[in-house]
Design a binder for this molecule. Structure first.
Ligand code: EPU
Length: 415
């Protein structure tokens, strides 16, 4: 089992360049199976979640050539066979093969996806939408089979603006007959990125990025090239690192509009942050004010930055309050922050953080991806040595985290 060891207290200066967005790439890779020819995707992050998707593609007989961050996928000879649990459970996003294979072959058989233990994570909205498009869903234990004689465009209203369900509906509807509309669709930038990819292949999707998306079915999807957008959550994590320890720390290759909810909070609490066209420069200041945060769907404050920003709130003066509205189980990080010296009380969907509290290094566990990011940030400011276990969660979603932090002055090792 690998561990991350951090000697805390080092200033961070220089530049961290943000990689392609995990939550975009993990949808674009399965979406490539809809193409009848070859797709080229640039700026793919080097993380274990994209490796797991490549494994599923290879299992389905797609040809993949990857050189650095460019992935070329040839889906012309796919064999649409059942995806076994051993690979589907490696990550959440394996469920995008449901929409993509259903959309292309009118049938998919696979096991329930995996992912971080941050809540119950049902897929009822995805399955209901497949049924509305004309598919029949059957399940035996963890195995789902979804098949249709014909997929027919229809009007789908989502009870919740789910990211995964919105993308899966787009994937299933892109080759359906007629027009599908999604009302109360999720508006996250990753959805726009996926819709653009499919439109580049010849799909007819409008409205992505708004709460009403329209998909006019097409017969064929052709070869295309596409680029993954910068990862707003990775950017946000390093912006928080800058607030904690930055000395002119530059976070480069960011779309500032995608992180506005975070930037606004950082400014509110007193962080010294300067915004450029595609970068931020951040300096640590000595006194920060407490604040309240409520996680929301985009463009609200992202749940995926809730755990990372908790580390910063332990350094703010006074009581900060976090209300987590998306996931039921996203405070597992607080137990370990408390072990390091934080004062955090959690009750149901709320955490109250009293600060500032100095943190001390000790052994802590990354219970999930963003909890891991929170503990890396805590280790960077803690006195002494922090050892993080279960780091495979962190490596699922942060491209070259050790290298990127080492380059700007952190003392961090993977061993
Ligand atoms: N939900 C349902 N039924 C469904 C689908 C979702 O009840 O069929 C509920 C969920 O249980 C949750 C809420 O709706 O309470 C939001 O779920 P959503 O479907 O939007 O999330 P997701 O697609 O499973 C993606 C990201 C998550 C991110 C959320 C919210 C990927 C692979 N994952 O998950 O990212 O937290 O959107 O923005 O894109 C992460 O990167 O650490 C991560 C967990």
């Amino acid at each position: 089992m690998q561990k991350i060891t951090i000697h805390g207290g080092q200033k961070l200066s220089g530049t961290i360049t943000i990689s392609g967005a995990k939550n975009s790439a993990v949808a674009l890779i399965p979406a490539s199976v809809l193409c009848d020819e070859q797709t080229t995707i640039f700026n793919v992050p080097n993380i274990s979640d994209t490796d797991a998707l490549k494994e599923i593609l290879s299992y389905l007989n797609a040809k993949i050539v990857q050189e650095k961050d460019t992935m070329v996928i040839d889906s012309s000879n796919i064999i649409n066979k059942e995806i076994p649990e051993s690979i589907s459970k490696k990550l959440r996003a394996s469920y995008y093969f449901m929409g993509a294979l259903l959309g292309k072959y009118k049938k998919v058989s696979m096991y329930f996806p995996g992912g971080c233990p941050i809540g119950e994570r049902p897929i009822n909205l995805h399955l209901k939408a497949f049924e509305m498009l004309g598919a029949k869903v059957t399940n035996e234990g963890n195995k789902y089979t979804v098949e249709a004689e014909e997929l027919k465009g229809t009007e789908i209203y989502l009870d919740f603006a789910s990211v995964g369900a919105t993308i899966n509906i787009i994937l299933a509807a892109v080759k359906a007959t007629g027009v599908t509309t999604i009302e109360n669709a999720a508006k996250e930038p990753e959805i726009v990125n996926v819709a653009t990819f499919l439109n580049n292949m010849g799909a007819k999707i409008t409205g992505a990025g708004t709460s009403k998306i329209k998909i006019k079915g097409v017969k064929k999807l052709h070869s295309c090239v596409h680029e993954v957008i910068p990862d707003r959550i990775e950017a946000g994590t390093y912006m928080i690192a800058g607030a904690l320890l930055g000395e002119n720390l530059k976070i480069a290759n960011v779309i500032p509009e995608h992180v506005e909810a975070l930037t606004s909070k950082l400014k509110d609490i007193g962080v010294d942050i300067k915004e450029g066209t595609d970068y931020f420069i951040i300096n640590k200041v000595n006194k920060l004010k407490s604040t309240n945060i409520k996680t929301l769907i985009y463009p609200g404050f992202p749940t995926d930055l809730q755990q990372p920003i908790t580390t910063l709130l332990t350094q703010c003066e006074g009581k900060s309050k976090i209300k987590e509205t998306i996931w039921e189980n996203r405070f597992l990080n607080t137990e370990y922050l408390n072990l390091m010296g934080a004062k955090i009380e959690t009750k149901n969907d709320t955490a109250v953080i009293s600060g500032p509290t100095p943190l001390k290094g000790c052994e802590v566990k990354a219970t999930d991806l963003r909890a891991g990011a929170c503990l890396v940030l805590a280790g960077l400011i803690a006195e002494g040595i922090t050892t993080i276990t279960n780091v495979e969660h962190i490596l699922r979603g942060y491209d070259q985290i050790i290298q990127k932090l080492t380059n700007v002055g952190a003392k961090i090792e993977l061993n």
